[in-house]
Structure formats: C-alpha cells, structure tokens
Design a binder for this molecule. Structure first.
Ligand code: NAP
Length: 248
C-alpha cells in the first residue's frame, strides 16, 4: 500500500516511536489518527494529525476511538499497534542483603498484558470489523512486538505479551486474508526512547554494549521497517526482528 493512501490509526502516538511513526506517516501524505493516554504528548503532534485520548487497555475506549477515527479520516485501512508499557521484575527475587523474598505483583503482570496484548487485540478487532463492514480493501495492520519475545530475564509479563502478539500476527494474517487485510509485526531491539531512557543505567549500558552494530537503535531504524511492512504487499504474517543483531 502507498503511504499517501493510508487512513491509519497509530496507538501510543504521544511520544517515543509512536509519535515518530505518526509524524512520518503524516509527512508522507497519510491521514493519521493518533491515540495515547498521554494527552500532553498528543498536543505536541503537528497540526493535521487527528488526535484523541485512548487507553488501549479499555475495550470501550478502543471501540469509541476507532469509530471516531473512521468518521474523522473518512474510513480506515491501516493500524499501527504501538502502545506498550513495561513493568519489569523477576518472578521471584531474594534481596542479597536482607534475604527478603519478593515476587512479581499480579498488577504488573495484568497491566502489561492488558496494554501490550489485549489492547492490540481489541484495536485489531475494531479496525478489521470497521473495514469488513464497509467492504474496504486492501488494508494493513502492523504490530510492534519486541525482541524480548524470544525470552528475557526480568520480563515475564512483557515477554508473554510480545510473544503472543507475534504469534497472533500469524493468526490474524490467516483470518483476515480473505478480506484483503495483511498483518505483519516488527520486533525492535534496544531503541532510544523515553521507555529505555527510564532504564537502570548499568543494565542499559550492558545491553547497548552487546549490540553487534555498536549502537543503540533510534526510532528511524524501526520506522524504516514499519514503512516496509506497510508498503510491501507481499509481506504478511511475519514478525521481523530489527535489533542491530542483538539476539541473533
Ligand atoms: P514509550 O516511549 O514509553 O511510548 C509509549 C507510548 O504509549 C507512551 O506515550 C505511553 O503513554 C503510551 N501508552 C502507554 N499505555 C497506554 C495505553 N494503555 N493506551 C494508549 N497509550 C498508552 O515507548 P517506546 O519505546 O516508543 O515503545 C513503543 C513500542 O515499541 C511499545 O510497544 C514498546 O513495547 C515497543 N518496544 C520498544 C523498545 C525500546 O527499546 N524502546 C524495544 C522493543 C519494543 P505514557 O507515556 O503516558 O505511559
């Protein structure tokens, strides 16, 4: 699909990679509806991008947002499922000094699944329902997974969500093929955004040092992959790692 033909929803578009994608899409001529819980971030997007508060962990919000976006853009044919959060922690941890045991709080498990997996699932359902109802084709959904999908210490919740999102990329590519909708996923490695800026410095430095290309990724690296997933009509049902070789 051509970028200028898109009527596209970008979730988590208030900052980080989502804001970058929304700006690039709009600059290329796409009609963009940006959603985020961060309304201050949304307010900073360039004029011309439609925006509204969206909490993807709320089913009602996903339904209302998609309806609004369709009315605002004159229909829909694309979605970038980018909203995501981390709540890292070991499943069981013994403090070295006090010997005290802590466990991963269920709230941290539930929140990460609710945003990264359930949110993306409900948004995909609503986008595809809107397209099928209106008989719109072709269409494309791009899921933002993570290389953590392969397994990562201290990220049980995030790994579960991002691995399931990559697996359901196949499910949805199969389910929606009959309606002319492709579904692909990009799994970024370590990318410079507010999410990674919040990481423990030592852990961050160690991860960056392990990247074979010798640097942290930037949103443009992932945008190039998202652009490919949108533009290449033969890309379908796959999740591509874009991580400078971190997990190869
Ligand atoms: P980010 O800087 O934290 O931006 C994520 C945006 O999503 C924020 O504006 C955040 O709002 C918003 N958000 C959080 N919960 C939401 C919800 N329930 N509904 C709607 N929006 C919500 O993250 P990023 O690094 O750009 O990450 C973008 C995507 O890439 C995420 O799916 C992330 O998991 C994935 N990813 C990132 C990396 C990386 O190294 N950065 C690596 C692999 C995968 P608040 O600021 O208010 O929370």
């Amino acid at each position: 699909m051509k970028l200028q033909d898109l009527k596209v929803i970008v979730t988590g578009a208030g900052r980080g990679m989502g804001a970058y994608f929304a700006k690039e899409l709009a600059a290329a001529g796409a009609k963009v509806a940006a959603g985020d819980v961060d309304e201050a971030g949304l307010a900073e997007l360039p004029a011309g991008i439609a925006r509204r508060r969206l909490d993807v962990s709320s089913e009602a919000d996903c339904v209302d947002f998609t309806r609004w976006a369709s009315a605002e853009l004159g229909g829909l044919n694309a979605l970038v499922n980018n909203a995501g959060i981390i709540r890292d922690g070991l499943l069981v941890k013994r403090d070295r000094e006090s010997g005290k045991l802590t466990t991963l709080p269920m709230d941290d498990w539930n929140q990460v699944l609710a945003v990264n997996l359930t949110g993306a699932t409900v948004m995909t359902r609503e986008l595809c329902k809107t397209m099928v109802e209106a008989n719109t084709r072709p269409g494309v959904v791009v899921n933002i997974s993570s290389v953590s999908r392969h397994g990562n210490r201290g990220q049980s919740n995030y790994v579960a969500a991002k691995a399931a999102l990559a697996a359901n990329t196949v499910t949805w590519a199969r389910e929606f093929a009959a309606y002319g909708i492709r579904v692909g996923a990009i799994a970024p490695g370590m990318i410079e955004t507010p999410m990674t800026r919040g990481m423990h410095q030592k852990a961050r430095d160690a991860l960056v040092a392990a990247v074979p290309v010798g640097r942290i990724g930037v949103p443009e690296d992932i945008w190039l992959a998202v652009k490919f997933a949108i533009e290449c009509d033969y890309f379908n049902g796959r999740c591509v790692d874009v991580d400078g070789g971190l997990v190869m």
